[in-house]
Design a binder for this molecule. Structure first.
Ligand SMILES: Cc1ncc(COP(=O)(O)O)c(C=O)c1O
Length: 419
């Protein structure tokens, strides 16, 4: 850590300040040989587990053949094959096309470029509590100021923010939609290129958008020629028990964004959506040196193969139900837990100082993270106030590993009594 402090910029934060040597399944081994149970999955990336044999084999096989071609110089078939599979799997029965990039933020940037090219309009609406990444447009679309935006102004123009439904804090679906519609009216619908929403907020605290809210958004955008973008970078690729959370919410966006779990640990992202919208940028208008790198694509194709039989989805759905039950029991026992929510196994709980004031209690979340990693369990915080604990375990985690990790979490909650 001393070397890290001397050599690496201060900016990147470590939720769990433990140096990893290797990892497999849901277990991480640090450089001292300590084994930790992973409930973070590298921020929801290794949904199919750390170093699954099938992925490692696909990546090694690809490494022998082609490391880099650059799709902009000499295309290769696997890029096309992955786009075909994403087009087939993304929600909506209409012709689709895809585009591959490197990171979630890059998918967001490209989706906005595509929507603007398609509509010829400037404005974009994002939501409260949103997290869309750290590049300039993605950061502008992100709601939380500290630490994501601190010191980085000025931001991009033509970005507006609408309320996200948050029942626990008094924002009902209806109120949120009314707020959105009023905002859209003020901007002028004919000026709005895109609305971008996380169907389940990630960094913002694992709030699923209610179906009726998404239905109204869908209709509003369809009637006004606005491109509706679902950012499923965190909620996608099995995280909620289906390939996309949108499937469970009856939501059919125009464009859907994948990253994180898409390539199971290698950098890759995708924009997938209506063919006529995807084709809006002129030839050469979107691209990049590394986007859709052959190693990442090989890994993503292996992820899709792993998910194909649905076994992992069923396991994820089962885990979601059983863990939600445990968290609800904890909510009854520990008054500090004000709310439990999520979709499938994408679950979080929110710490408050007391149930009446609902004042956020970020110190409790921080203390629980520390308690857990000191006892060999990796968890993460979330939420605009940093007062939520989110569970993002690899979906291949065993029952034994989960119950061991949950025993630590429970002991941590007990230790927080009177905190
Ligand atoms: C919903 C969502 N969108 C976008 C991003 C940005 O992805 P990346 O960190 O790969 O740029 C994230 C990352 O956490 C995310 O959760």
């Amino acid at each position: 850590m001393a070397r890290r402090k001397a050599a690496v910029a201060r900016g990147p934060f470590h939720g769990t300040p433990v140096f990893v040597d290797h990892a497999h399944g849901a277990l991480i081994t640090d450089v001292d040989g300590n084994v930790l149970i992973d409930l973070a999955a590298g921020i929801g990336v290794v949904n199919t587990g750390h170093t699954p044999e099938k992925l490692v084999k696909a990546i090694k096989g690809q490494a022998d053949k082609l490391l880099h071609g650059s799709f902009n110089v000499t295309p290769y078939e696997s890029y096309v094959a992955l786009c075909e599979r994403l087009n087939e799997k993304a929600p909506g029965k209409f012709p689709k096309k895809s585009f591959l990039a490197n990171s979630g933020a890059e998918a967001v940037e490209n989706a906005i470029k595509i929507a603007r090219a398609h509509t010829g309009r400037p404005a974009v609406i994002a939501f409260e509590h949103a997290f869309h990444g750290r590049t300039f447009m993605a950061m502008t679309l992100t709601a939380k100021e500290k630490p994501y935006k601190t010191g980085f102004a000025p931001f991009n123009s033509d970005v507006y923010r609408a309320p996200f439904p948050y029942e626990y804090r008094g924002v009902r679906a209806e109120t949120a939609y009314d707020g959105f519609a009023a905002l859209a009216g003020r901007i002028g619908e004919d000026k709005i290129a895109a609305v971008i929403i996380e169907p389940v907020l990630g960094e913002g605290g694992f709030l699923p958008a209610p179906r009726e809210f998404l239905e109204k958004l869908r209709l509003h955008c369809a009637l006004n020629g606005i491109v509706l973008i679902a950012d499923e970078i965190q909620s996608g690729f099995g995280r909620t028990g289906t390939l996309f959370a949108s499937e469970q919410l009856g939501f059919i966006p125009d464009l859907i964004l994948s990253a994180k779990g898409l390539a199971g640990g290698l950098p890759l992202s995708a924009v997938t959506g209506r063919a006529e919208i995807m084709d809006a940028p002129i030839e050469g208008g979107i691209g990049g040196t590394f986007g859709g790198n052959p190693l990442s694509v090989a890994s993503a194709l292996a992820v899709l193969d792993l998910l194909e039989d649905g076994v992992l989805f069923r396991r994820a759905a089962y885990l979601g139900l059983s863990i939600r039950k445990t968290l609800m029991e904890w909510k009854d026992r520990f008054p500090m837990i004000g709310d439990v929510r999520g979709l499938g196994p994408m679950l979080a709980f929110e710490f408050v100082k007391d149930g009446a004031s609902k004042e956020p209690h970020p110190d409790a979340a921080k203390a629980l993270v520390k308690f857990c990693y000191e006892r060999g369990v990796v968890i993460m915080t979330a939420g605009t106030h940093g007062n939520c604990i989110r569970l993002l375990f690899p979906l291949v985690i065993t029952d034994e590993q989960l119950s061991e990790a949950f025993a630590v979490l429970e002991a941590g909650l007990k230790s927080l009594r009177g905190f």
